[in-house]
Design a binder for this molecule. Structure first.
Ligand code: AMP
Ligand code: ZN
Ligand code: FE
Ligand code: FE
Length: 281
């Protein structure tokens, strides 16, 4: 059996509902998974219900973007208490920062001659955690682009024509919020981090001192050498090893639940150490 500890649903910028994601996980032979929507825990009750019906263990997760210099670090949180009032308050603030940023992206797109409104984007999103992938999908529906990749490359990615930065917390803040809600903070997709080798090791060391518990060693786009390198960082710093697909549905069409691009396999045996660490913290 395999597990998948990084999945998005329609409660943030995924295109599949929690029930759909659970059904896809069942078909892929996934025994346990974590729903890790951006800045919201609202999808967790649906996921827990679907998981109970299908016999799949659902771990309550979150993904919080943070800024570290000129890089975004994404912090995953596992086993968070979804009722923790401080966490809920922080997440609401993060979603509010999205609603301040997104209209500015739309204005830039309008200025480039692309006709769309934030109302259309919010209607497509259907939930409160609205992000650039939703804007990408509206651009696709209006045939301004033919793929999400094109939408990001031409307009939405950092440095592209309609890019607007978002107010983001420090990694240490995201880590602290997750810890205070009883969760385990994990650095997501280390391949997105600009540092590697000694730089990544140093960064993980700093974050561990702030409360980081784990590293997402297994990830859909990691090459075997990267997986080996991240595993050695985790071992050296005594960080928990996690992994997941980062499934989003339509905006990452090459990535499937449980298997990523086909060769992802997150071993089930990683779960027990995570549970032990969550229980004692
Ligand atoms: P936001 O949260 O609004 O800043 O949007 C960032 C999200 O967009 C990331 O978490 C990814 O899910 C997604 N994303 C980033 N780059 C790309 C890309 N090139 N293609 C598709 N999705 C992307
Ligand atoms: Zn996303
Ligand atoms: Fe991420
Ligand atoms: Fe993600």
């Amino acid at each position: 059996m395999r597990i998948d500890l990084h999945l998005h649903t329609t409660y943030s910028d995924g295109s599949r509902s929690p029930a759909d994601v659970l059904a896809l996980a069942k078909a892929a032979g996934v025994s346990a998974l974590a729903i890790t929507d951006h800045d919201t825990v609202d999808g967790l009750p649906d996921a827990l219900e679907a998981g109970a019906a299908l016999g799949i263990e659902v771990i309550q997760g979150i993904e919080i973007s943070s800024r570290y210099g000129d890089t975004e670090l994404h912090i995953l949180g596992y086993f968070v208490d979804r009722h923790d009032t401080e966490l809920l308050h922080r997440l609401a603030q993060l979603r509010a920062s999205r609603h301040r940023r997104n209209p500015r992206i739309i204005e830039k797109l309008n200025g480039l001659g692309l006709a769309l409104t934030y109302e259309e984007v919010k209607a497509l999103a259907g939930a409160d955690s609205v992000g650039r992938p939703h804007i990408a999908r509206v651009l696709m529906e209006k045939s301004y682009v033919t793929s999400a990749k094109e939408a990001f490359d031409r307009y939405l990615a950092q440095g592209a024509a309609a890019y607007v930065p978002r107010e983001l917390p420090e990694p240490t803040e995201a880590i602290a919020w997750i810890r205070m809600a009883g969760g385990l903070p994990v650095l997501a997709h280390p391949s997105w981090v600009k540092a590697n080798g000694a730089g990544l090791l140093k960064l993980c060391e700093i974050l561990k001192a702030e409360g980081l518990a784990g590293l997402e060693v297994h990830y859909s786009t990691h090459k075997p050498q990267q997986t080996a390198d991240y595993l050695s960082v985790a071992k050296r710093l005594d960080l928990l090893v996690t992994g997941g697909s980062d499934f989003h549905g339509l905006t990452k069409p090459d990535i499937e639940v449980g298997v990523g691009r086909g060769n992802l396999r997150v071993p089930e045996k990683l779960l027990e150490p995570l549970k032990k660490a969550a229980a004692v913290q």
